[in-house]
Design a protein around this ligand. Structure first.
Ligand code: PLP
Length: 379
């Protein structure tokens, strides 16, 4: 059977929004205002309004967004930063690139997000050892579901730690109606094309209610400029801006996202649940009161099946499935020699050999979901 399915078909979304996106792109080109054009501020206002925070500062990508947040907090050598072991590399790369010591924390097997109990234990251990100062927690909203902020926030308050929400995959998620990217002291997201809200290249954004941090972030992302002039450089920063073209593309995409796409993708998740309910594949759990924006629909292969064989079987049927993630963060070569190899993260290690992310996007049809499920049932 030749299905030729795509893992995330962005062409269908473009077909829906083509008129408005093309009009917006043409407008930017006609204006020649390619950097910091009016669309950038328009988007920042719309994003802050959607998320429900005071400030939104756009930047070049989600990795820079994390790094800029860490720079605003002065994170560096001597600081311990707590990061989930099961995530995309950037979550740990950004604080580590500024010299922080990364403590990898194991995750919950059913939500894939940082385990608050293990976070508490890790903070206690760092405090007792006394080599590093516990400084910040990077909580990741993995695969679209917010981390457990009901339990992580009180821990941060108790220990005096800053909370950085890495919402690169979580944009559009909610806890009891409160939106992702509003849970951190600073929160970040990515507009990489395959994320829940993607642009047509690289892009990112930073959210905070704190006026002083917002001002620092605006400075750091443009060469440490002062509030009055780009050529008055107060600190060492970066060149990290969102192109006007990307902002123009994101404006109609954000409108469609808030109006329809989060609901559409949740319907697709519902179809998967229904179609896979009688199998022994383990389906992703969404906590009571939480809502996912389904950056990924990630199942776990049962013990009787080899995950790579499942992926191979789907591939033969024309169905692309991806392994997010193959390797625990604490075993990544970049962290060799930092003591990370000793991290105790058995849940992450087990997940890395069992997880498989299925095709998932708002425009996916019920028939397509059912054909994926049918192939899985044959394995
Ligand atoms: C994609 C991603 C990032 C980085 O975003 P980029 O825009 O690709 O730099 C950071 N954290 C997580 C969890 C991600 O999935």
């Amino acid at each position: 059977m030749d299905l030729e399915m795509e893992f995330r078909d962005l062409g269908r979304q473009y077909d829906r929004l083509k008129e408005e996106i093309d009009r917006r792109i043409a407008g930017v080109i006609a204006s020649s205002h390619y950097i910091s054009g009016p669309e950038v501020r328009e988007l920042e206002t719309a994003l802050a309004d959607y998320v429900g925070v005071k400030h939104c500062i756009t930047c070049a990508n989600g990795t820079d967004a994390l790094t800029l947040a860490c720079m605003a907090w002065g994170i560096g050598p001597g600081d311990a930063v707590f990061v989930p072991d099961f995530t995309f590399f950037s979550s740990g790369e950004s604080p580590a690139s500024l010299g922080a010591h990364i403590i990898f924390v194991d995750v919950e097997p059913d939500t894939f997000n940082m385990d608050p109990e293990k976070l508490a234990a890790a903070i206690e251990t760092v405090k007792k050892e006394g080599r590093f100062t516990p400084k910040a927690v990077v909580a990741v909203d993995l695969f679209g579901q917010p981390a457990d902020y009901d339990r992580i926030r009180p821990l941060c308050d108790q220990y005096g730690l800053l909370l950085l929400e890495d919402g690169a995959q979580g944009f559009g998620g909610e806890i009891r109606g409160k939106k992702a990217c509003s849970f951190g002291d600073i929160s970040t997201t990515s507009f990489f094309p395959a994320k829940p809200l993607g642009c047509y290249g690289d892009g990112g954004a930073i959210f905070t209610d704190n006026d002083a941090w917002a001002e620092l972030l605006r400075s750091y992302c443009v060469h440490g400029k002062s509030a009055v002039s780009k050529y008055d450089n107060q600190r060492l920063g970066m060149n990290s801006r969102l192109d006007t073209l990307q902002a123009a593309i994101l404006l109609p995409k954000l409108e469609a996202f808030r109006r329809a796409e989060v609901d559409m993708v949740n319907q697709v998740a519902g179809w998967y649940r229904e179609a896979l309910s009688d199998t022994d594949f383990v389906l992703p759990t969404v906590k009571e009161g939480f809502r996912s924006s389904w950056a990924q629909f990630t199942i776990r292969a049962p013990e009787r099946l080899d995950r790579d064989a499942v992926q191979g079987g789907l591939k033969v049927a024309g169905i692309p499935a991806m392994v997010y993630y193959m390797k625990p963060m604490h075993l990544q070569g970049a962290f060799t020699g930092t003591g990370s190899e000793e991290a105790d993260c058995p849940v992450t290690e087990a997940l890395c050999s069992r997880v498989l992310s299925l095709p998932m996007y708002p425009d996916m049809t019920k028939e397509e979901v059912e054909s994926v499920a049918k192939e899985l049932c044959r394995l």
